[in-house]
Design a protein around this ligand. Structure first.
Ligand code: GLU
Length: 376
């Protein structure tokens, strides 16, 4: 196969409700889930970082609460999610533990991916869990997410998570093989598109044609996820999940739709820092620090001469040389008032001066974009 799950370093896998919850009984589809977890374990054993985004809380809780088959009010959905989520978390924990793996539950809202401080907290927690070799299992925090702050669908939630952690592969497992040229149930000439490299108007039109057929998430939310994945340099695949071992199957058959961006997560991130974030302040650094940056190093506080402007931890700032020329941009690990106190000092003193340390780098090299024209 041209593209493979086996090539992923950081992999986000989203599974839809219809796969995990048996439609007629409202129970967890245990046999299927076991085979899915088996695939996840295989990826984990070969050293891949994996995050699962799992739906299913609402249908599971709805059944348990005996809420009849009708359209639920938002509060009823939230109540159902509260009941269903605990069941969902339990089954993941139990099935991962059978393989000696730690599962970790994270519930997110749209707000957590848009508010800078909450975004950084969620990102740091996810990265820490991955470093500890745990497998995060994510769902939307349906119980607190009111209409305005809801994703409402886990396709976009999964894409945001992939973007947040710089994942290189995103898998959307659902009840269809992928994107078709037209609705395959209505049009016998409809064909599966195997590779998409751009979200052209034609591609977007194909999705709207198939809305009703594909249930709640539908193709529209999958293309919204693809848009996020493209902008983050993350490859994405839509694949049929109903088979057993659905992840391993992706690498052995070719009936899926792959979305292939023309950039990598690292470059997409640098582009975002350089082009899309408004710098909130300046960091003036000495000549030694300039040389270190152009050698690919992080910015340490010892080389920092002055702090200008008001900014928070995680904000974008310009890095200036002593002639006040911008030589780079980056995301800073310290707020302006803290940066002011530690400028010129070695990281061993941070704890004493600030009462904490947010790492020895003032700006990590992964969060730095150099202005190459200033490198003489
Ligand atoms: N968060 C919802 C649930 O757990 C699912 C949303 C979706 O399937 O896209 O039921």
């Amino acid at each position: 196969m041209k593209y493979q799950i086996a090539d992923a370093k950081k992999l986000v896998v989203k599974i839809g409700s219809s796969l995990i919850v048996n439609n007629s009984t409202g129970e967890i589809h245990r046999e299927w889930l076991q085979s899915f977890i088996h695939d996840i374990v295989q990826c984990w054993r070969r050293g891949q970082n994996i995050i699962i985004v799992s739906s299913g809380a609402i249908p599971l809780g709805r059944r348990h609460l005996k809420l009849k088959n009708r359209v639920l009010q938002l509060e009823e959905k939230q109540a159902a999610a509260a009941v269903g989520q605990i069941k969902l978390a339990h089954v993941y924990q139990e099935m991962l533990a059978e393989h000696g793996i730690t599962g970790a539950q994270i519930l997110l809202t749209l707000d957590d991916s848009e508010n800078r401080r909450r975004y950084l907290n969620a990102k740091n927690t996810l990265e820490t869990l991955l470093n500890l070799r745990a497998i995060p299992v994510i769902n939307e925090n349906d119980t607190v997410a009111t209409a305005e702050i809801r994703f409402g669908d886990n396709d976009r939630l999964a894409a945001r998570v992939a973007q947040m952690i710089g994942a290189d592969h995103l898998v959307l497992l659902s009840d269809i093989e992928g994107l078709y040229t037209a609705n395959p149930q209505l049009n016998s000439k409809a064909t599966l598109i195997r590779e998409v490299t751009q979200l052209t108007p034609d591609i977007l039109a194909m999705a709207s044609d198939s809305i009703t057929q594909y249930g709640s998430g539908g193709m529209v939310t999958k293309l919204a996820a693809a848009k996020i994945a493209f902008s983050s340099g993350c490859k994405m695949v839509i694949a049929a999940g109903k088979h057993f071992n659905p992840l391993m199957r992706i690498d052995s058959v070719s009936e899926h739709t792959w979305f292939i961006p023309d950039t990598t997560p690292a470059n997409a991130r640098k582009n975002w820092i350089a082009q899309h974030l408004k710098p909130k302040g300046n960091i003036v650094i000495d000549a030694g620090a300039v040389t270190a940056l152009f050698q690919g190093k992080s910015l340490l506080s010892v080389g920092v001469k002055a702090i200008q402007g008001e900014f928070h931890k995680g904000d974008a700032v310009c890095i200036l040389n002593l002639e006040q020329k911008e030589i780079a941009r980056g995301l800073i690990n310290y707020a302006a008032h803290a940066a002011e106190k530690i400028k010129g000092l070695h990281s061993s003193e941070f704890e004493k001066i600030l009462g904490y340390s947010a790492g020895e780098e003032m700006i990590h090299r992964d969060n730095l974009v150099l202005n190459r024209s200033e490198n003489k």
